[in-house]
Ligand binder design. Structure first.
Ligand SMILES: Nc1nc2c(ncn2[C@@H]2O[C@H](COP(=O)(O)OP(=O)(O)OP(=O)(O)O)[C@@H](O)[C@H]2O)c(=O)[nH]1
Length: 356
């Protein structure tokens, strides 16, 4: 492709939503659709195994993974730099994309991210904010909205709310709708089961319009309320100290019964404090890995990745936990001692936890 192609500013969709609420599932539907085939994706994941890279459909050549921190805190500078670089490469004709989707971590406060996106002079002319889309989990979302400030902000700032998992027995759609109406009366709510969203509903949301948001949401976005991008300063992290990410890689394929046993033990002992569990698990005698997702007490059926083509047989696990002490981390490792844990990948950024 030749350089210096002039292009219209690329619309940005900010895809947010609490831990495990279905952001990546929705993103995968979008990326499979022709309207989103030329999409640059920026993802921020929690924990350091790079697991999300393997869980996103790879139709896009422009997938940037921001790690070692949280986009709304230490990585806001990285987000800005990433966008500027994408814009420059697009202008130079090195990269072709028509829109950008930014998927935040489940614990991100979208306000400072949004502030960066709508106020940065470097982005003007290259990008234009399309809208904020928030997934809300119908099964555990009410609890998150009641207990987690980040979840409230995600819903309150959204231009469109996707209510996911209404198919689960624990879903309470009516209660969620009423809570959402309280937080963000103006936002349409659309039910999306297993990512089955109509992609056109997520485009042209009409440039993020602050005047349509609640007074509270407007205050969150006031310049003096938003700290400058952190550029790696861990002190700027704004989340609860009690929440940590733990990541592991396990060198050898696991015995299915051993893994089941370990999971049962984990859930029985500390299920209430495991906010999110994500794993790419290789089992003995299986040529393809399973993806295992847990969101608090709900474990989704494991999915066999039949189209997986890698050769790396290491299992990768990411847990987001609260109120875990270092001693408990060590116990967790001991419980996994029956399988050879060769490498522990430190989270390295967001409230990292060292395990001896
Ligand atoms: N039953 C059901 N499961 C769903 C639905 N949407 C997503 N899931 C499952 O929920 C789990 C988490 O989905 P993800 O798309 O990874 O959620 P996420 O918001 O990207 O998660 P994090 O970014 O890691 O916090 C996966 O097992 C999905 O298959 C839904 O509508 N119904």
């Amino acid at each position: 492709m030749t350089g210096n192609q002039s292009s219209a500013p690329a619309p940005i969709t900010l895809l947010t939503g609490f831990l495990g609420s279905g952001k990546t599932t929705v993103l995968n539907t979008l990326l499979r659709h022709p309207d989103f085939s030329r999409t640059a994706v920026i993802m921020n994941e929690f924990g350091e195994t790079g697991l999300d890279r393997e869980l996103v459909v790879s139709t896009t050549e422009s997938l940037v993974l921001l790690q070692s921190g949280c986009m709304c805190c230490t990585l806001r500078g990285d987000l800005l730099e990433t966008l500027i670089e994408l814009g420059e490469r697009r202008e130079a004709g090195e990269l072709e994309f028509a829109r950008v989707v930014i998927e935040t971590t489940g614990l991100a406060d979208p306000a400072p991210i949004l502030h960066t996106l709508i106020t940065s002079a470097e982005l003007a002319g290259r990008f234009v904010m399309d809208g904020v889309v928030a997934t809300v989990d119908a099964a555990i979302g009410l609890d998150a909205l009641h207990t987690q400030e980040e979840a409230r902000r995600q819903a309150a700032l959204a231009d469109l709310i996707l209510l996911t998992k209404t198919d689960l027995p624990d879903a309470d759609e009516a209660a969620l709708r009423s809570e959402i109406a309280f937080l963000n009366a103006g936002a349409p709510v659309e039910i999306v089961v297993n990512g089955a969203v109509e992609p056109s509903h997520l485009t042209g949301l009409g440039h993020f319009d602050l005047s349509m948001k609640s007074k509270q949401a407007q205050a969150w976005l006031r310049a003096d309320d938003v700290p400058a991008p952190g550029y790696g300063d861990p002190d700027i992290q704004r989340h609860l100290d009690s929440i940590r990410a733990i990541s592991w890689m396990i060198e050898e394929p696991l015995s299915a019964s051993m893994f089941d046993l370990w999971m049962d033990l984990l859930m029985a002992r500390r299920g209430g404090d495991i906010l999110r569990f994500k794993g790419l698990v290789h089992l003995k005698d299986m040529s393809h890995p399973f993806v295992v997702h847990g969101v608090q007490h709900i474990f989704h059926p494991p999915v066999l990745l039949t189209d997986w083509q890698g050769s790396d047989r290491r299992s990768k696990l990411v847990l987001i936990v609260r109120h875990f002490t270092d001693l408990e981390f060590r116990k967790l490792f001991r419980a996994l001692n029956s399988v050879p844990v060769i490498e522990h990948v430190l989270p390295g950024g967001y409230l990292s936890a060292e395990v001896a």
